[in-house]
Write a protein that binds this ligand. Structure first.
Ligand code: GRF
Length: 216
């Protein structure tokens, strides 16, 4: 059976685009069956619609509380019998109920080299901290925010003249490379978790893949 990939977004959706494009290019053995946003004006919904993907809004503002919003969201997601649910810039805190419902098949991309800089405004905080390397992480979601087992990371240098925008663009380029890779491994059943660490099977090169950041 073809792997069903459901992607959750809140805004621009450039990571979602990268995943959709990787599927079209045959780099992921699956199908993006739905793109679901929690905001009606999420720009990414237009791209998904044009690509012929079911594009759905479950507007969190229309629900009384987190529980009822998530119940509606789960209903829409489960209609697609997802092999994997990929959060791509989905800006809602999820309850343990939601996370447990998708245990082991819920992925997220975070714009930092976790466990450093969990939470929001990572690029600004990286610049303020003066660290020399930054990056992004794809990880399984667990109940602790930005804390689940790490699948793949990519690092980029922080350069002397960087501002938040320049740095975020450099990181984003890498996000678009590593998220499709992580989903490809997942749908090929190459990932296992041992003592909170992710092992990648049948990819001897996995530790040595290099992802090129844009030269300034
Ligand atoms: C990305 O930087 C992602 O890492 C973070 O939110 C941003 C979403 O960007 N979680 P996009 O909507 O995928 O363009």
């Amino acid at each position: 059976m073809t792997a069903s990939i459901v992607i959750l977004i809140s805004g621009r959706g450039s990571n979602m685009e990268a995943i959709v494009n990787a599927v079209s290019a045959g780099k992921i053995a699956g199908k993006v069956t739905a793109v679901i946003a929690n905001k009606p004006d999420a720009a990414g919904l237009n791209f998904a619609k044009k690509a012929g993907i079911d594009s759905i809004c479950v507007d969190h503002n229309q629900y009384e509380n987190r529980e009822s919003f998530e119940a509606a969201l789960i209903k829409r997601i489960d209609a697609y019998q997802p092999t994997v649910v990929a959060l791509a810039g989905f800006m809602r805190i999820l309850t343990p109920h939601f996370i447990n419902h998708y245990e082991g098949r819920l992925l997220n991309i975070h714009p930092s080299l976790l466990p450093a800089f969990p939470g929001l405004n990572t690029h600004r905080r990286v610049l303020e901290a003066g660290v020399k390397w930054h990056g992004c992480t794809v990880h399984f979601i667990t109940e602790t925010l930005d804390c689940g087992p790490i699948i793949i990371q990519a690092a980029v240098p922080v350069l002397p003249d960087d501002d938040e925008h320049l740095l975020s663009q450099r990181v984003l380029t890498m996000e678009h490379q590593i998220y499709p890779q992580a989903i490809s491994w997942f749908v090929n059943e190459q990932l296992s978790i041992e003592k909170d660490c992710v092992r990648i099977k049948n990819d001897k090169e996995a530790q040595f893949h290099s992802y090129q950041f844009e030269q300034p």
